[in-house]
Write a protein that binds this ligand. Structure first.
Ligand SMILES: [Zn+2]
Length: 121
């Protein structure tokens, strides 16, 4: 399960802070809705890429595990879209360029991929 969270910073700042970002503590499990804080444990990090026009960098994504329902919860910075490497700003710019049929600063295949994934055929 993925929870989007506004860290109030961009990809570069998030990457610079790394594991020292202010990761949220959840009031309840988003899966089973249990309220006990003792059931939600930090469960390490996984690393994924974040890509902007001029930056490609690996960043840590904080994982939390619910001991009640065994769900794994990932805290994804809100400038990223689940399962997309480019930031949301880049994806929206690419889609706009695709719709307006302007020449984009990436391959037509990538433009088509993002268009279909977000808008549909
Ligand atoms: Zn749970």
């Amino acid at each position: 399960m993925i929870v989007s969270f506004d860290f109030g910073i961009d990809l570069k700042e998030y990457a610079d802070r790394g594991k020292n970002n202010s990761f949220p503590t959840l009031d309840c499990c988003p899966n089973c809705k249990c309220i006990s804080h003792g059931n939600l444990h930090r469960n390490g990090y996984y690393w994924r890429f974040g890509i902007t026009e001029d930056l490609t960098i690996k960043i840590p994504i904080c994982r939390i595990r619910c001991l009640n329902c065994k769900a794994n919860i990932s805290i994804l910075p809100d400038f990223l879209i689940p399962y997309f490497q480019h930031t949301i700003g880049i994806v929206l710019d690419l889609i706009q360029e695709y719709i307006q049929k302007r020449k984009a600063n990436c391959s037509r295949q990538l433009l088509r991929f993002y268009f279909v994934r977000t808008i549909g055929n």
